[in-house]
Design a protein around this ligand. Sequence first.
Ligand code: 5GP
Length: 210
Amino acid sequence: MQAKKSRGSLFIVSAPSGAGKTTLCTNVLSFMPDLHFSVSYTTRQTRPGEINDRDYTFISREDFKSMTEKGEFVEWAEVHGELYGTSRDRIETLMDSGRDVILDIDTQGALQIKEQYREGIYIFVLPPSFGVLKTRLEKRMTDSREEINKRLRTALSEINTYAQYDYVIINDIFEDALKELASIIIAQRVSVKKINPLWIQESFSNQEEK
Ligand code: 5GP
């Protein structure tokens, strides 16, 4: 019996830090079946509450370098002075098993992925305004003043890449933004491109003769 759907889809979610994309991704993952988060590798320090291999796989710079040399990352980038990378093996294994994959990565990484996965769905999350972004970063308290200013500068250049994405979600009212993200995923799942033509053939062709 043929599978109804073809390979899983790749959803790439980017945003300047403080736009709320990680919370959006975590929430959508909590109720959407067959949607998986691709855990990235990073050289940055673990933050309170983070768990290795759930939030990130935390590795040394040497190990990261050796993985890049072996071509194990589908993309990697330096973000705020630390290295982050997406494992090719992790995403391919998930998609091959028919699962949809969500990547929470920065704009440099998203643009690298786009060169290799044109069929991916690129989603940009924006804060409602620059002022809101600033307040959200200040409230986080986990980052120092210097770190916050660095992230705000990066945010402005990241926002300039929005037109490279397929969808823009403005995260003002969280529930609305979450519905928008879920809707994009659902729409992709029912896209004609996702249906396996062999399944249609097997299920509906020549059925009257049986
Ligand atoms: P944070 O350190 O705050 O968790 O993440 C900092 C930034 O790195 C965020 O924009 C996050 O989306 C991005 N990031 C996380 N994982 C990856 C990855 O594998 N590749 C790239 N390019 N960026 C990542």
